[in-house]
Every structure is written in structure tokens, then in C-alpha cells.
Design a protein around this ligand. Structure first.
Ligand code: NAP
Ligand code: MG
Length: 482
């Protein structure tokens, strides 16, 4: 079912244009180098399908060069610096991200399809905030150690990030690793390499010693080469549960530290006594932020049965006001889907929801001629056995289920192999506390959703992975005996 468009609006396009090179190399040992055999791949703008740049395709040989550079950077430079000197570099990077914030935001939006409002107000400032936060920790590491042991770095770390928050995920990984005295080989996702490459420029300008940060672009194969490299001391991975499991098998038996930030299917629970105006906005941002390409998205809405009809009516009205379109328009709420492949995944799961008998409601939408698009949507009439109630759609599609008692809400919420995040809306403090205590999720938001702070740990249980990023917990993942 669709509803009619309530109003039109004037476009407000972002006019800043970042400089994009025609061709990018690999950033290894402080220099730009070509990939072995000069292999390249194209990165496109998912809103227009236009070619943006040609990016180096790192082979096993290139990954080996990057790991060697990281090892040398660790032994020769980074481990020899005082913590305060390391902090100085991190502050430089943080300031530079802030200064170049506008260009980085536009670049992120052009390469990945997310609304400029989100990259400008969330991704880039939060990436800078992580560098500022961990810069402050660099000379206080002994306070991160739980057992009073010396806080020593691990060595050379391999880090692999996904395409949904490209620069932010890179910052989550790089900042704590560097603050602790480790060196890094970072692999961005194939569809969104450009902000990581812009970060390489920032790192070069900040004058970091060679080999401390190396950035290798390429597809999953490049990531696989990094994971199987014998001279890596730690792998930090953010991505799908499927690849996370492969990585776990591949590192089994090796003396290597591993953290995995994987998928999720968060329960977002709304009780009848919730502040409903705020809860509706929480539901909307919980699922539609970044087109639902969010591992902690509130993608399973559990509504107390007595308010189900009212919540659905309000969500339908709210869908009419959502603006889908040009991600560079400052009024856009729903941008482009990141890739044709991701769009196909969303379409397949949505088709399964319809085939299994759930009712689909979508915002009014006529697809532009080019680019990858999916309207903000939700399903009613969902049962727990539907695939759309169990599997991660990773798109702007919410599944709505109901419950009658707090116990039923809890058992439905925990009925998932994942355990990354959850949300609860109620005016009762004790109900909030009770449910938060019993939810099996790494992060529980009460009367809010999708709030992030560098000081606050983030990570999952069960098939959502293990290890934490953010806060002091995030530091311990990069220290020995901590
Ligand atoms: P993905 O396919 O697992 O890819 C993640 C990263 O791993 C990309 O850089 C990818 O490279 C690389 N990769 C692919 N195959 C690999 C392999 N065999 N060995 C090593 N690296 C490999 O995940 P995605 O589809 O890009 O991202 C979406 C998923 O990430 C969702 O499931 C989401 O929930 C999860 N996610 C979790 C968090 C969290 O913090 N828990 C945050 C964001 C996203 P290419 O892109 O070049 O193929
Ligand atoms: Mg792209």
C-alpha cells in the first residue's frame, strides 16, 4: 500500500565539491604506490551510477608490503615515541578532519549515497570526536589496564571496515589502535574507499612516521589476504556475520587477537505508556537513518498490542513527509542504496515478506532513472517465523510485531541469533531498567535511539560478534594483558 505525497519542497543542493583524483594508489609506508600489475577498480556514485574514480586493487603481494611497512613502522618509529608524542599526532588528525569536514562529508555522500545532512552532522564530526577522545587516552593507558599490568601495545593490526559508515568505522578502528601504540593496515570496503583515501592524505599531512598507517583498497579478497597474513598481531573486523565466521575459522589456532563487530536485528520495544510523539521519531530514525544500512538499526518493532493501530497510523502519516532523493540535497531524509548488490538483497527479502503474507507499506516514490533506490517502508502482520522478522534486511524496511506483556516483549526481543542493540520506550523507570537488564544486547537505548559517544562502548553478543569499540573498553582490545 502507498499513501499520497503530502507536499512538495524546494531543492537545497550542497554546492561544495571535494577534489577527487581520477586515480588512487595504495598508501603504504607513507607513500602512494601502484598496485601490483597496476590493477584498478572503479568506484561510482550510487545515486547517479556515475564513475567517480579508479581505485587500486591490492593483491596478496601488496598486502604483504603493507604488513611489512606496518611492522617496520611499529619497531622503528611508533613504539619508540612517547605517549604524549603519539597523542600530538592524533590531535592533528582530529583537527584536520574537523577542518576538512565539509569536503569529507560531500565525498562520503557522493561515494556511498547517504544524505548529506547525516554525513555532515554525524559521520564526520563523530569520526573527529573519536580521534580527539583517544588522543586524550594515549598518555593515560595504565588507567585502562584492569589488572594493573603495564599497558603494552599488540604490534601490527589488520583492520577491515564496511561501507555503511566508511570514515567513521575507520576512525573507530584507527584511533584506539594508534593511541595504544600499534600500527595499522586498514582495508576499506570496495564501494566506499574514497574517504579512507582522503584520510591517508590527512595522515600524510599530519606527518605520521612512515608505515604507522597503511591503507590498502580492494575487494573481499584483499581483506582475506590481510586476515591470513602470518605477521599480523590482531584483526579487527566490522561487517557481516557470514564473513566474520569465515575470519574466525581462518585465524583459529593462530596467536592473534580478534574482535568482530557483526550484524544485528535489534528489537525496538514500545510500551503503551511510552511518550508516543518521541517514540514515533525514535522509531523513524531508528530504522531509516542511513537508509537502514545500520548494524544497530531498530529493525524489529515490538509494539504493545493496545497501541498497535495508533502507532501504525502515525507511522503511515510520517512516511508521507519523508523525502527520498538526491543525497546531496540538504532536505533529503532517504538517500541512495549503497550498491546494486545491496538493493537486490533488500528487494529479495522484501519479496519474501510479501510472499509470506505480511503487508507492505511504503512512502510515495517514483524511482529516478538512474541510481539505486528503495523507499522507506514497513511491514505489518509480521510473525516471528517470517524471514523479515529474523534476517537482517540492512535497508529502510521495518518489521512490526506486537506483544501483550513485558515478559512476552522480552522473550520476542531475545528470540534472535543476534545481540547487538535494542531500544525501549516507556514512561516507567522500573520497566525500563528491568527490560534493559534482561535484554541480550550489547547496547540498550532507553527512550532514545541511535545515540553514540566516543566514551561509550559499542559491540555485540552471540552472532553479532565480540569485543568492544569506544570508551576504555575499546582501548583494551588493543593492549596486551589489559
Ligand atoms: P561484508 O561483506 O562482511 O564486508 C565487510 C568488509 O569485509 C568489507 O571491507 C569487505 O570488502 C570485507 N570482506 C569481504 N569478504 C571478506 C573476507 N572473506 N575476508 C576479509 N574481508 C572480507 O559486509 P558488508 O555487506 O560490507 O557490510 C554490511 C554488514 O556489516 C552488515 O551485516 C552489518 O550489520 C555489518 N556491520 C556491523 C557493524 C557493527 O559495528 N557491528 C557496523 C557496520 C556494519 P568488500 O566490501 O570490498 O567486499
Ligand atoms: Mg561508491
Amino acid at each position: 500500500m502507498t499513501v499520497a505525497l503530502a507536499f512538495d519542497y524546494a531543492p537545497a543542493p550542497e554546492t561544495t565539491r571535494p577534489h577527487i583524483r581520477d586515480e588512487y594508489g595504495l598508501f603504504i609506508d607513507g607513500r602512494w604506490t601502484r598496485a601490483h600489475n597496476n590493477r584498478q577498480f572503479a568506484t561510482v556514485n550510487p545515486a547517479t551510477e556515475e564513475f567517480l574514480a579508479s581505485v587500486a586493487y591490492a593483491s596478496e603481494l601488496d598486502v604483504d608490503a603493507a604488513v611489512k611497512a606496518a611492522r617496520k613502522g611499529y619497531e622503528k618509529y611508533w613504539s619508540k615515541l612517547t605517549p604524549a608524542a603519539r597523542a600530538k599526532y592524533l590531535y592533528r588528525i582530529a583537527r584536520s578532519i574537523t577542518e576538512k569536514g565539509r569536503e569529507l562529508a560531500v565525498l562520503e555522500t557522493m561515494d556511498g549515497g547517504k544524505p548529506i545532512r547525516e554525513s555532515r552532522d554525524f559521520d564526520i564530526p563523530t569520526a573527529a570526536a573519536h580521534f580527539f577522545y583517544y588522543a586524550g587516552w594515549a598518555d593515560k593507558l595504565r588507567y585502562a589496564s584492569r589488572n594493573g599490568a603495564d599497558a603494552l601495545p599488540l604490534g601490527a593490526c589488520g583492520q577491515i571496515v564496511p561501507w555503511n559508515f566508511p570514515l567513521l568505522m575507520a576512525a573507530w578502528k584507527l584511533a584506539p589502535a594508534l593511541a595504544c601504540g600499534n600500527t595499522v593496515v586498514l582495508k576499506p570496503a570496495e564501494t566506499t574507499s574514497l574517504t579512507a583515501l582522503a584520510l591517508a592524505d590527512i595522515i600524510a599531512q599530519a606527518d605520521l612516521p612512515p608505515g604507522v598507517v597503511n591503507i590498502v583498497t580492494g575487494p573481499g579478497e584483499t581483506g582475506r589476504a590481510l586476515v591470513s597474513h602470518p605477521d599480523i598481531d590482531k584483526i579487527a573486523f566490522t561487517g557481516s556475520t557470514e564473513v566474520g565466521k569465515q575470519i574466525m575459522r581462518s585465524v583459529a589456532g593462530r596467536d592473534i587477537r580478534l574482535t568482530l563487530e557483526l550484524g544485528g536485528k535489534a528489537a525496538h520495544i514500545v510500551f503503551a505508556d511510552a511518550p508516543l510523539d518521541q517514540a514515533i521519531e525514535g522509531i523513524i530514525s531508528g530504522i531509516y537513518f542511513n537508509q537502514g544500512h545500520v548494524c544497530c538499526a531498530g529493525s524489529r518493532l515490538l509494539v504493545e498490542e493496545s497501541i498497535h493501530d495508533e502507532v501504525v497510523a502515525r507511522l503511515l502519516r510520517r512516511l508521507q513527509t519523508m523525502r527520498l532523493g538526491d543525497p546531496l540535497d540538504k532536505n533529503t531524509d532517504i538517500g541512495a542504496i549503497n550498491s546494486a548488490e545491496q538493493l537486490a538483497r533488500i528487494q529479495e527479502l522484501v519479496a519474501s515478506g510479501v510472499a509470506q503474507g505480511a503487508q507492505l507499506h511504503s512512502q510515495p516514490f517514483s524511482a529516478p532513472d538512474r541510481g539505486y533506490w528503495f523507499p522507506a517502508s514497513f511491514f505489518t502482520g509480521v510473525t516471528q517465523s517470517h524471514r523479515i522478522a529474523q534476517e537482517e534486511i540492512f535497508g529502510p524496511v521495518l518489521s512490526i510485531l506486537t506483544f501483550r506483556t513485558p515478559d512476552e516483549a522480552l522473550s520476542k526481543a531475545n528470540n534472535t541469533p543476534y545481540g547487538l542493540s535494542a531500544g525501549v520506550w516507556t514512561s516507567s523507570g522500573s520497566k525500563n531498567m528491568w527490560i534493559a537488564e534482561h535484554l541480550r544486547a550489547g547496547v540498550v537505548w532507553c527512550n532514545t535511539y541511535n545515540r553514540f559517544d566516543p566514551a561509550s562502548p559499542f559491540g555485540g553478543y552471540r552472532e553479532s560478534g565480540f569485543g568492544r569499540e569506544g570508551g576504555v573498553h575499546g582501548l583494551r582490545e588493543y593492549l596486551q594483558h589489559a
